[in-house]
Design a binder for this molecule. Structure first.
Ligand SMILES: *[C@@H]1O[C@H](CO)[C@@H](O)[C@H](O)[C@H]1NC(C)=O
Length: 292
C-alpha cells in the first residue's frame, strides 16, 4: 500500500447533495441534455485532473496491460495534428466527420501515430487513445472507478447552480481563457488564443469551486453510464444510467470543440462512443467512495 501512495493522483472531496442535472435550454437538444431533473448524490472523491500519460504509464509498467488501440492496431486521430507523412498513408476518413482519420500505430504512447511520442512535458498531458475498457481497467487497478454521468456533471458544476460552465455563464470572464477549446475556424484554422493547439497539461487553467481542473475542454472524459437520450424527471438518488446499451456517455468536450460544431464544453452537454472507441481527444478521470 505504501507503494500505491507514491503515485496517487490528487483527489478532492465532492460533498454529497442535491443538484439540477441537465438543462431545459439545451444547446444541442438531440443529445438528450434535458429535461432538467433533481438528483441526490452521496459524497465521493474525484481525481482533481484528467489521468495523465505519466499516471497511465505507472499502470502499464505495473501490470503490462495492453490497450484496445494497441490490440486493434489503429486509433482515430484528428487530421489537424498529423504529420504530412502519416496523412499521406491514409485514404479512408469518417464520412460524417472527415477530419477523423484511422491511423495505424496511433495509441496512448503515439498520440499522432508512429512518428509521435509522449516524452518530456507531454507526460503531464491527459492520456489519450484509451477505450472505455482501458479506463475501467486503470481505475480498478487504482482502487477507484469511473464516475457516473450524474457524479461527473455535479462535480463539473463546482457547487454553482444552473450555470453553463464550471466557472459560470460567461465563456471568457474578463477576457481570460478558462478551458482548452478551439479558437478560430474549425477544422482548418486554430488561432491558439488559449495557448494550445492540442491538449494542455492536466493542471492548466483555473480549477472550479471543488478544485477540479479541465472539467470542460482538453480531453473528453468517459463516464460509467450507458447512453440514452430519455430521462425521467422523477427525483433520483445516485442514478447510474440505463442497465444496458450500445454506447457509453462521455462528458466535457475537448480541445477540438468550437461552438460552430461542438458546443459541448458545458456541464450539461454530453456525447457518446462505443466502449471500444479510442481517439486523440478522449481520456478520463476516476472517482472513489472512500478517502484516498
Ligand atoms: C515506466 O517504465 C519505463 C521503462 O522502465 C521508465 O522509463 C518510466 O519512468 C516508468 N514510468 C513510471 C511512471 O514509473
Amino acid at each position: 500500500m505504501v507503494l500505491m501512495c507514491l503515485f496517487f493522483v490528487d483527489m478532492v472531496l465532492i460533498p454529497g447533495g442535491v443538484f439540477l442535472m441537465g438543462t431545459d435550454s439545451p444547446g444541442i437538444p438531440q443529445d438528450g441534455e434535458g429535461p432538467q431533473r433533481r438528483v441526490h448524490l452521496d459524497h465521493f472523491y474525484m481525481d482533481a485532473h484528467e489521468v495523465s500519460n505519466r499516471h497511465f504509464q505507472s499502470f502499464i509498467n505495473a501490470t503490462g496491460y495492453i490497450t484496445e488501440a494497441e490490440r486493434f492496431g489503429d486509433s482515430f486521430v484528428f487530421e489537424g495534428v498529423l504529420s504530412e507523412e502519416v496523412k499521406s498513408q491514409i485514404s479512408q476518413a469518417v464520412a460524417a466527420a472527415p477530419w477523423w482519420l484511422p491511423v495505424r500505430g496511433a495509441d496512448w504512447r503515439h498520440p499522432e501515430g508512429p512518428d509521435s511520442s509522449i516524452t518530456d512535458s507531454r507526460l503531464d498531458h491527459p492520456v489519450l487513445h484509451v477505450s472505455w475498457q482501458d479506463a475501467v481497467a486503470y481505475c480498478s487497478w487504482a482502487h477507484k472507478r469511473l464516475p457516473t454521468e450524474a457524479e461527473w456533471e455535479y462535480a463539473c458544476r463546482g457547487g454553482l447552480q444552473e450555470r453553463l460552465y464550471p466557472w459560470g455563464n460567461k465563456l471568457k470572464p474578463k477576457g481570460q481563457n478558462y478551458a482548452n477549446l478551439w479558437q478560430g475556424k474549425f477544422p482548418t484554422h486554430n488561432s491558439e488564443e488559449d495557448g494550445y493547439t492540442k491538449t494542455s497539461p492536466v493542471k492548466s487553467f483555473p480549477a472550479n469551486g471543488y478544485g477540479l481542473y479541465n472539467m470542460v475542454g482538453n480531453a473528453w472524459e468517459w463516464t460509467s453510464d450507458w447512453w440514452t437520450v430519455h430521462h425521467t424527471t422523477d427525483e433520483r438518488h445516485n442514478p447510474a444510467g440505463p442497465p444496458s446499451g450500445t454506447d457509453r456517455v462521455k462528458k466535457g468536450g475537448s480541445y477540438m470543440c468550437h461552438k460552430s460544431y461542438c458546443y459541448r464544453y458545458r456541464c450539461a452537454a454530453r456525447s457518446q462512443n462505443t466502449p471500444d472507441s479510442s481517439a486523440s481527444n478522449l481520456g478520463f478521470r476516476c472517482v472513489s467512495q472512500e478517502q484516498p
